[in-house]
Design a protein around this ligand. Structure first.
Ligand SMILES: Cc1ncc(COP(=O)(O)O)c(C=O)c1O
Length: 288
């Protein structure tokens, strides 16, 4: 890396200059289980079909209302209850950044168990918010006492609970999740990025608690390259966070890929756990 010209040093935030960029390891020829990428590309027939669909798009135009078809399809799939709303991000990474931006109030803080998904802490740091990481117990469970004490002490504006957790892959105790939600003074984001690998969803919590948002991604369904994350919650809350979303954050190419994939979803096994046992079987379903 070349050194930054000293004349720019005073223009760029000192903490940003001291940071390391998000490292993406070269994965050529590997199965990326750490990112839970599907190792297989689309079957040839679907590649051709997708190519035709993408080629016919109006790339001369900004993204249009078709993005709402995808919002509706995802809301239906997740069984979002009536009266709630859904917003899309360029991956849930973007949603995590938008949450930090929208919740950047004086004294604001973000809290999450550690080890956890790296973007929770990074979004806080980039936004100049305090990040509180609460270590898991030795057997990777939520440390109920430590979590509740940290919530009481730091009064975080945002708490993240990834379910299942990344990188430990376990499911938290339901009763502990409930206590954390009840103790939270601010928002609780239930991050179900790995929901396709789990036996249950917490979608019902958005109806039971007005401060809970549920976040998901299409990445772990084998569409990591398409970059679609989504978040559901009370309309008024989603509307506020949506205000900091860059306009047209989902490209026409992204949402067309996602729409095509979704239109074939009934052919997919409900849970892609089978990738790990028999990845080729999973992809057979795409071409039907
Ligand atoms: C828990 C969790 N949340 C969110 C994400 C971000 O997903 P994406 O930006 O691909 O939608 C990841 C990615 O691995 C993750 O592990």
């Amino acid at each position: 890396m070349t050194a930054l010209d000293p004349k720019f040093k005073k223009l760029i935030r000192q903490d940003v200059q001291s940071m390391h960029a998000y490292a993406i390891q070269d994965s050529a020829g590997m199965v990326k289980l750490d990112a839970m990428e599907n190792p297989n590309r689309l079957p040839v027939a679907l590649q051709a079909h997708l190519g035709q669909r993408l080629g016919a798009l109006a790339l001369n135009r900004y993204p249009d209302g078709r993005v709402n078809d995808l919002r509706k399809a995802l809301a239906d799939y997740a069984q979002m209850p009536e009266g709630f709303d859904i917003m899309l991000g360029n991956g849930s990474d973007e949603l995590i950044s938008l949450i930090a931006m929208a919740c950047d109030v004086e004294g604001g803080a973000i809290l999450a168990p550690l080890p956890g998904f790296v973007m929770y802490g990074m979004s806080a740091q980039l936004q100049g918010l305090k990040f509180i990481g609460v270590p898991l117990t030795a057997d990777f469970e939520l440390d109920e006492t430590a979590m509740l004490a940290a919530i009481a002490k730091h009064q975080p504006s945002v708490i993240y609970l990834a379910y299942p957790n990344n990188p430990t892959a376990n499911l938290w105790d339901d009763a502990v999740i409930e206590k954390i939600i009840e103790a939270a003074p601010g928002l609780v984001i239930l991050d179900e990025a790995y929901q396709p690998f789990s036996s249950k969803s917490y979608i019902d919590r958005i109806t039971r608690h007005g401060h809970v948002l549920l976040m998901r991604t299409m990445s772990k369904f084998g569409l990591a390259g398409v970059r679609i994350g989504y978040m559901m919650g009370p309309k008024a809350l989603i509307a506020e966070i949506d205000k900091v979303r860059p306009p047209y954050n989902i490209s026409v190419l992204n949402y067309e890929c996602a729409c095509l994939r979704w239109s074939t979803r009934t052919c997919l096994p409900r849970r892609p756990k089978s990738w790990l046992r028999s990845a080729p079987c999973f992809w057979k379903h795409w071409v039907r």
